[in-house]
Design a protein around this ligand. Sequence first.
Ligand code: BTN
Length: 327
Amino acid sequence: MHFTSSQLILLQLLGDGGCHSGSELGAAIGITRSAIWKQINQLIDSGIPVKRIRHQGYQLPNPLILLNKEKIMGHLPLQTQLAPFNMHVVTSIDSTNRYLKELPPSNTVDICCAEIQTQGRGRFGRHWHSPFGENIYCSSRWNLNYDFTKLSGLSLVTSLAILATLNELDISPNIKIKWPNDILWNHKKLCGSLIEILAESNGNIQVIIGIGLNVNTDTQNHPLPDKPWCSLYEITKQYFDRNVLIAKLIINLERYLTKFIHQDLSSFLDEWNKSDYLFGKKINVTQSLDTLSGVACGINQLGQLILQDKSGTKHFLSSGDTSLHEK
Ligand code: BTN
């Protein structure tokens, strides 16, 4: 999917949510009304819901603030704890995780954000729904000189960094973390993360942390067939500037990763326990070969989920897909 610079300017102009006539848009961009008509048609063909209003003009159903590299960088500190940030803002990409995986090695923390992902990837090979301009699709690549065996806690630390960001917005006390890396609100998925670890030959480890945060989609009116989802818009009925949120996420991610490198997971346990969605609930955990059922009893210092089965035996699980046990 490719967007021309005129189309991006058009989206910027329509982003205020108002109705704009073809001649007004044409004058602003320096092209004719019929050229505007063509560009709008192409945007509609790409799935962007521009409305044509007879005798009046064009309008987006919701306000839109496009991603802007300078704006994101403007909200990030110049001094970093781990390495300087290097921001890549792209309009359309298959997957921001894939983009970073193929970038040559660097001494920076590379961050990739996109307006749309055509093949957004979730855990267990699932698809991550990534509509244009609505939500955050952001991956960051970190060079960590760290004990490989401790990396199992990384998903949990990432979830806590995301939760800290959401709590800073002070929008709801009901945002919870579901082991290992789902963020839920009212039992619906608000955010997920996909972590990929690449070992380098020099013993260093590169970690790619991909975050999908549902921000401005009207999820109530656009339910997904497979899983209940929600967005910050559904929680607050407000639209958010994703540029500011991305910067907040990166700042918290760096803060949490730095703490994780110097301490370990035990220093995060209290924070986890406060927002643990599964604690005390009857759940199923699906792993590659079987499904275990029992009561979730929190996590241990390695970040493993503690599951107590009917016979009282405790299982310590390092991976799996968790769901509430249907009665
Ligand atoms: C999940 O809950 O299954 C994980 C979802 C992770 C989605 C994000 S969006 C940015 C990054 N790029 C991807 O292709 N996936 C992650």
